[in-house]
Design a protein around this ligand. Structure first.
Ligand code: GLU
Length: 493
């Protein structure tokens, strides 16, 4: 019998997402329950958006939660390399194989031509899709154009009629009509593969037997299935996990809920409680108990107990569960956990330089700098009264700064300042007009240490959280404003 092998295949393009941890957890449980292996692969073929920092954050966040993998870019293994950017030659080979077998073809169409076809199809109320223009080029012409170095992509052929039956471990057989599938690009002009080719080739070469992935991938499953057929490979068992949702049932998004695992770490949640909560997303213990450890989850794991109603990721529920875990720690464990979290000399050393000149006794540190050890800070709405700006303008300024900071990748004081300044100037204001508002949102106080230093120290997660709370306190952002302000944001350098 083949050993069960599952994987998580994150793209390192931003903060480590709770959705990644959720899918990783279920893959891990499934593998462990069958005495199999769980591995990690980095899908970094999107060169523009992938970063090594983000990759490292994924490792750190998963390890913080207690999720371990037996093969991966950082731990090695017999099926490496485990980073797709290092497997270029492999995809080249398999792409050529598909072209050779007539399942894929070189496409030389320009972006302009594709745009034009698309516009015409939209106009005619058809689903926009590649029109097959390069599919029937004569072989000699293709060779000649390739030899001349003409830019091209490789596209897969797809049937235009009938349905693809996707066998899903949770839903049974899902039928998806072929006419919804485009002739997917497999290799881009830069010679790098797209998700579809790289994912199928790697899952096959890495011996993956079961793929548990998010439901958002279900609509494109036929393309993956077809690729397995074209190559003549056995396909893994497929399982499309229900998507995590905000309390209003919309898809979990950082606009409504913090989605970065690092946020939960900075807020002082316990990793074991967080993992427990993720295990409760759409899944339950046979005896329905709420609190369980990873080992208990593995012991009782049964994928069929996943229910398809969208699981709701709710901070209040998570906090309740965290409280249960907190109270069961021994006093020693509790103290050690708090120390690891923020009551340690490393963190104090970051704060000390900003506090030292502002106190006369140590006993003044906590009243002055307590916000360094807080999650939200509940500022008084009065602190946001501004001499120059109307309340709506204050709200707008704060929201724009929040968005700007959400996009900031390198969290350094100068860059943070740059973001605030760019927004302020765009609204014909000075940096110093924005600062009292930032002060109120971040520290919750009327005076304290320098807020720019404070933001650097508390980090991106808590900074954004507090700004979001301030915007909410001031009345939130309506749908209409959201649209208008996003346009403004796009114009800010
Ligand atoms: N790289 C994809 C992602 O970031 C992997 C999806 C899959 O599991 O196939 O979600």
């Amino acid at each position: 019998m083949t050993t069960v092998r599952t994987r998580i295949a994150p793209s390192p393009t931003g903060d480590p997402h709770v959705g990644t941890a959720y899918i990783a957890l279920f893959n891990l449980c499934f593998a462990r329950q069958h005495g199999g292996e769980f591995i990690l692969r980095i899908e970094d073929t999107d060169q523009l958006r992938s970063t090594r920092e983000s990759e490292q954050q994924i490792y750190d966040a998963l390890r913080w939660l207690g999720i371990e993998w037996s093969e991966g870019p950082d731990v090695g293994g017999p099926h490496g390399p485990y980073r797709q950017s290092e497997r270029g030659h492999i995809y080249q080979k398999y792409s050529a194989e598909l072209v050779g077998k007539g399942h894929a073809f070189h496409c030389f169409c320009s972006a302009e031509r594709l745009d034009k076809v698309r516009a015409e199809q939209m106009e005619a109320k058809q689903t926009p899709r590649y029109d097959g223009h390069c599919m029937s080029l004569a072989d000699a012409e293709v060779q000649q154009r390739l030899a001349a170095g003409e830019p091209n992509v490789v596209r897969m052929k797809v049937p235009s009629e009938g349905v693809c039956v996707v066998p899903d471990m949770l839903r049974g057989e899902v039928e998806i009509p072929w006419d919804r599938m485009d002739m997917q690009v497999l290799m881009k002009t830069d010679g790098l593969p797209t998700y579809f080719l790289a994912n199928v080739v790697d899952d096959h070469l890495m011996g993956i037997t079961h793929v548990l992935r998010g439901e958002e991938w279900l609509p494109s499953a036929p393309k993956l299935i077809l690729l397995y057929e074209y190559f003549g490979w056995d396909k893994p068992q497929l399982c499309y996990m229900p998507l995590l949702r905000n309390p209003d049932k919309s898809k979990l998004s950082k606009r409504k809920n913090p989605t970065s695992i690092t946020f939960y770490e900075r807020m002082g949640y316990l990793p074991q409680a967080m993992l427990n909560y993720l295990g409760r997303m759409g899944w339950s213990m046979p005896d329905e108990r709420e609190k369980f450890s990873l080992d208990e989850m593995v012991e009782h794991f049964d994928i069929q107990r996943v229910s398809l109603g969208g699981p709701i990721f709710d901070l209040e529920k998570l906090s309740w569960l965290n409280g249960q875990w907190m109270r069961e720690l021994s006093v020693e464990e509790f103290a050690a956990g708090a120390q690891k979290w923020a009551f340690n000399s490393d963190y104090l050393m970051r704060i000390a330089p900003h506090v030292q000149g502002r106190v006369e006794t140590f006993s003044q540190i906590a009243p002055l700098a307590g916000f360094f050890f807080a999650g939200g800070v509940n500022p008084d709405a009065k602190l946001f009264a501004h001499k120059k700006l109307a309340p709506d303008q204050v709200r707008q300024l704060m929201q724009l700064i929040l968005w700007k900071l959400e996009a900031l990748r390198q969290w350094e004081k100068d860059r943070i300042t740059g973001c605030i300044q760019a927004v302020a100037e765009h609204l014909q204001l000075k940096l110093r007009d924005a600062m009292p508002l930032m002060f109120a949102a971040i520290t919750g106080q009327a005076s304290s240490v320098s807020v720019l230093d404070a933001m650097e120290i508390i980090g991106p997660d808590l900074t954004r959280f507090r700004l979001r709370q301030a915007v909410e306190l001031l009345g939130g952002v309506s749908k209409k404003e959201n649209k208008e302000w996003e346009k403004l944001l796009a114009a800010i350098a």
